[in-house]
Design a protein. Structure first.
Length: 243
């Protein structure tokens, strides 16, 4: 009797509705928490309360005998440059273009639209915030030339937006739980490595990276939650290749 009830269509619909609404509420709570964290970091940065923390972390990656030099052998420096390039606008643009082209060819237009909206929106938001806060870069000899303001870190924010959005998409399409966990874990790992590389290179304060992570993750989660909600409500219909 109980098994028949569980397997019935109305029960499955009710269970799906409750589960979906619970996930949506959890997403809203997490997005709100990440935004509040960003605002707190920004407020403390403006008031100068992050200066001691920022300088202490930056000095961990500097040679005490020569602050103009980062720690580690030359091959580590090259490896860090390679990692940080994963968060560059040019490379992220190529990745997004390639993924969206694949999704469009696979008739997955809703997924392609999600990625484009998330990444373009994150790029605009990052640019506006940089112009608004206009924080100078660390006064250190850096491993690369920079042309924009420091807060928040564009590499940290856009890598979070791009890779977390792609990771969430892959997790939704993955057939097993282990693949879903792997997709999200790799997205988080890439985001963390790119952010840390910016601190190592001396082109960002740690607070810049933390703020970028918080806002990038919040934006990616918000876009994914809206897309999932629209999909459940029937506003988004997946395109499929005819067989």
């Amino acid at each position: 009797m109980f098994n028949r009830l569980v397997q019935s269509t109305p029960y499955r619909r009710l269970h799906g509705l409750i589960t979906g609404e619970a996930w949506l509420l959890a997403s809203i709570a997490l997005v709100s928490g990440l935004i509040l964290a960003f605002l707190q970091i920004a407020d403390e940065m403006i008031e100068g309360e992050m200066e001691a923390f920022d300088n202490a972390i930056l000095m961990l990656f500097r040679d005490p005998a020569n602050l103009d030099s980062t720690i580690g052998p030359p091959w580590v420096h090259e490896m860090v440059r390679d990692v940080t390039a994963l968060g560059s606008f040019a490379l992220l643009g190529l990745i997004v273009a390639a993924v969206c082209a694949y999704l469009l060819l696979a008739r997955m237009r809703a997924e392609a639209l999600l990625i484009i909206t998330s990444v373009l929106g994150g790029t605009i938001l990052s640019t506006v915030l940089k112009m608004g806060y206009d924080r100078p870069r660390p006064d250190l000899v850096a491993m690369s030339h920079q042309f924009t303001a420091s807060f928040p870190s564009g590499h940290a924010m856009l890598s979070a937006v791009t890779f977390l959005t792609l990771g969430a998409l892959l997790a939704r399409l993955a057939p097993t739980r282990s693949l879903r966990i792997f997709s999200i874990s790799m997205a988080l790992l890439l985001t963390l490595l790119i952010g840390l590389s910016r601190i190592y290179m001396g082109v960002h304060y740690p607070s810049d990276v933390l703020a970028g992570w918080c806002l990038g993750a919040a934006w990616a989660l918000f876009c994914s939650a809206v897309a999932a909600r629209l999909q459940r409500g029937g506003a988004i219909v997946h395109g499929t290749e005819p067989t």
